[in-house]
Design a protein around this ligand. Structure first.
Ligand code: 13P
Length: 252
């Protein structure tokens, strides 16, 4: 399966800026996108339209959403449904990003509902997991990641199609801090995720599901990170905001 190179634009970029960045990214990667890589752009909701337009017809590019509410429709003021995201051109969505867990207060159970609902609605889901610094210091990385995976995947059928599910390991202490997990730490955490996926989905399917690394990925460290065992892509925040820098990561 292709490596998934994802740009999470978080709460940055007005619609016009997003369209311009997406167009610049497309131009920067024109003829240079490696055949084994897929680019995913995840803008804020209000920028989905212009981003979609800028990427229309570009092979190897996909659009994603940062969040949704796990219901088809209804009286949920301020929320957005998977069908609306599919209608806006999204193929992927995130669930369980650390900023939603730790700033917006989403717990494991909500994250699990979103993953199961999003998949059933036809979105490809990226479940984010990762420990806080105090959990790492207490030697709890495996326990935390395993708990988040178990709850996050609880409603996912074992025969889920591997292309429609990915895990992003994002240690909370490495997000937006300039600190990256070292190669040994990344390899260790990704091995834990892989073992859980194999236990949950069987050796064949569990081996295929992509595991992305996220947390201060930059053009200068992307190549090394992508070379680590069980790293099947990256989820990039800050360094994805500029087309040139994200294009350098995609081709690293
Ligand atoms: P940074 O790349 O800015 O550390 O953010 C990572 C992240 O949270 C991607 O979802």
């Amino acid at each position: 399966m292709k490596k998934l190179m994802a740009a999470n634009w978080k709460m940055y970029k007005l619609a016009g800026e997003a369209g311009d960045t997406a167009a610049a990214l497309r131009a920067a990667l024109d003829g240079k996108l490696p055949a084994d890589r897929e680019v995913l752009v995840i803008p804020p909701f209000t920028a989905l339209g212009p981003t979609r337009q800028a990427l229309a017809g570009a092979a190897g590019f996909a659009l994603g959403a940062q969040n949704f509410y796990p219901s088809r429709q209804g009286a949920f003021t301020g929320e957005i449904a998977p069908d609306m995201l599919l209608d806006a051109g999204c193929r992927y969505a995130l669930a369980g990003h650390s900023e939603r867990r730790h700033i917006l207060g989403e717990d494991d159970a909500v994250v699990g509902r979103k993953v199961a609902f999003g998949l059933a609605a036809g979105l490809s889901m990226i479940l984010c997991v990762g420990e806080k610094i105090e959990e790492r210091q207490a030697g709890e990385v495996e326990a935390v990641v395993s708990r988040q995976l178990e709850a996050g995947l609880a409603g996912v059928p074992t025969d889920v199609s591997a292309e429609t599910l990915a895990i992003a390991y994002e240690p909370v202490w490495a997000i937006g801090t300039g600190l990256t997990a070292g190669p040994a730490e990344v390899a260790e955490a990704h091995a834990v995720v892989r073992a859980r996926l194999v236990a949950r989905f069987g050796p064949e399917n569990g081996a295929k599901i992509r595991i992305l690394y996220g947390g201060s990925v930059k053009p200068g460290n992307a190549g090394e990170i992508l070379g680590i065992d069980n790293v099947d892509g990256v989820l990039v925040g800050g360094a994805s905001l500029e087309a040139e820098s994200f294009a350098a990561i995609v081709t690293a």
